[in-house]
Design a protein. Sequence first.
Length: 272
Amino acid sequence: MSDNASTSPSPTPLTLLGLGAMGAALARTWLAAGHPLTVWNRSPGRTAELAAAGARTASTAAEAVAASPLVVTCLLDDASVRETLAGADLTGKDLVDLTTSTPAESRARAAWANERGARFLDGGIMAVPPMIGVPEAGGYVFYSGSRELFDTHRAVLAVPAATRYAGADPGLAALQDVALLSAMTAMFAGARHAAALVADADIDRKAFGVLVADWLAAMAPATAAYAGGPAPEDPTSAAVAEAGDAALLRTAREQGVDTALLLASAGAVEGM
């Protein structure tokens, strides 16, 4: 046996609770990287594919937790995490929660886990399932909580997507996750508003959809300024911008499209 082989660390074993689209994608990447994986899902039928790929399936969440020192949850919501882990012994476990939650929920879950003898790390996934295991796709996961825990498991956590440590406050990953998702949601709402404006016009909808995507991509760098980043050079005067906003509202009314989104956006900008 070579020196490299004798000193190479063994792949970290872990347990994954939750096999929805995201959980299944995470599981496949860990299995492909050689990590011994135990899985559990409320609906057992979702474990078959992963079992064929080498995963060990557990009949209960408690059994799955007992199988590995590192436990990852990727469930529907914070209530699902609490319910799933209610009967599990968390003593000595490292718990990483990748379930979308609020900052307050993440802090409460950290305290809950610590009281049960576990170290806790919260995660906010900035990716969709097809981006998992594809480094060039640009997906990443925010982590917050125990820095020691993050450093201990950073290598295995980096297998599905890049990692970004957000800080010791367990709520910071959720806060940044939800903040970015909120920006995305507003962007999608804007695109739907644009589509509604041209819905009854003689305009090729597919071609217009491409124009919307291209325009949003071109304008994306300017959004950093709203969150404290660098502001782009903009020679537009306040008067011109105000007149433009008024035209947006008049056009929406002419086309019979609800103006609530535009009014809310204008109010948010004025309040900054």
